[in-house]
Design a binder for this molecule. Structure first.
Ligand code: SP5
Ligand code: ZN
Length: 342
């Protein structure tokens, strides 16, 4: 049984894109709402999200981007098209500030891949996913819990200040981290999703106060390819507060455990007083889109190791696509995290 307090809002289920572009054709969208349902079923009860409004979202995200997310589906439909909004042209070459109204131009401007469609309920679900992260955070800030779980969905860690990508629209972990920082906390973000958290990294890249550490599949073989390489260490005043630990496909708990110790050393060295854990269960051996070999019991060990550093932990849900096992994998992690505190 899960004893960690969990937070969730059913409006997060409103987002249900039909398909994504994958290997040159359309494939069923992997980030299904049933992911959240199955995690929710592992809890006796979940706390409802409180509404913190737009301000904490706008402390991380660009206002033009947030307005775009809010209106993109309607604008897409107003052109007479069917289905979900998705871009097809990206401004990589001689990019300059242009004020373009065309929905296809905006989709290109505010996204970086063709796997992140905007559907009818995308704004509503993303908004409540972010509020869920803030609500779970408040349990820690208000001293009601030392471990708190945000059942975020859609996930967030690929989304940057002004872009969506990788099934992510608003960066839930970054929004919570920034909110906590503004209430005086010193933050470390540890991202253990299979994929590199490029959006979170980008948001805090020049920030010396927020540590971002990520363990993920080597981007030379895996999405998102362009970010998450070991030589990315931050910029400007933030040099050294970004730490990337890429691992090869096929990694099991033995090699993963060593990387985890290295990551936890970095968290300790930062002298954080709050750990935000971006948790993806797509490192699981049976994940359909990923290639690590972690087993259900390993999540308990990971939680256990993490608890050993003695910090309050806000767990923010990211990926994980082996839907049938997802509830058990989350439960294993939370049990490991919670054991020490009883
Ligand atoms: C939050 C997160 O885990 N995002 C991962 C985004 C990965 N997208 C690239 C891989 C696309 C695989 N699509 C397979 C669809 C099969 N139905
Ligand atoms: Zn992932």
């Amino acid at each position: 049984m899960i004893t960690v307090p969990g937070y969730f809002d059913r409006r997060q289920l409103a987002h249900e894109p039909v398909q994504e572009l994958h290997n040159g054709g359309w494939a069923a969208y992997a980030e299904k709402s049933s992911r959240a349902e199955i995690i929710a079923a592992s809890f006796d009860r979940l706390n409802p999200a409180r509404d913190f409004g737009l301000e904490p979202l706008l402390n991380v995200h660009d206002r033009g981007y947030v307005e775009f997310l809010h209106s993109a589906y309607e604008e897409w439909r107003a052109t007479g098209r069917d289905g979900d909004a998705i871009g097809y042209t990206w401004p990589v070459v001689q990019r300059r500030p242009l004020n373009l109204d065309r929905i296809d131009a905006k989709l290109g401007l505010y996204s970086y891949d063709a796997a992140t469609p905007i559907a009818e309920g995308t704004w509503e679900a993303s908004y409540w996913s972010a509020q869920t992260a803030l609500s779970a955070l408040s349990a820690i800030i208000d001293g009601e819990a030392t471990v708190s779980f945000a059942l975020c969905r859609p996930p967030g860690h690929h989304s940057g200040r002004d872009y969506c990508g990788g099934y992510c629209y608003l960066n839930n972990a970054a929004i919570a981290a920034e909110h906590a920082r503004r209430s005086g906390r010193r933050i470390a973000i540890l991202d253990i999703d299979y994929h590199h958290g490029n959006g979170t990294q980008d948001i805090f890249y020049e920030d010396p106060d927020v540590l971002f550490v990520s363990i993920h599949a080597d981007p030379t073989t895996d999405y998102p390819f362009f970010w998450g390489h070991a030589d990315e260490r931050g910029a400007g005043a933030g040099i050294g507060t970004t730490v990337n630990l890429p691992l090869p496909r096929g990694t099991d708990m033995t090699a993963y455990g060593s990387a985890l110790e290295e990551a936890l050393d970095a968290v300790r060295a930062h002298q954080a007083d709050l750990l935000v854990l971006s948790f993806g269960a797509d490192t699981f051996e049976d994940d359909p889109i990923s290639y690590f070999r972690l087993r259900q019991d390993d999540y308990r060990l990971i939680g256990d190791r993490m608890a050993s550093i003695g910090l309050p932990v806000l767990v923010v849900m990211e990926g994980g696509y082996a839907v049938d096992d997802l509830g058990h994998n989350v439960e294993a992690l939370l049990c490991g995290l919670d054991d020490h505190r009883a």
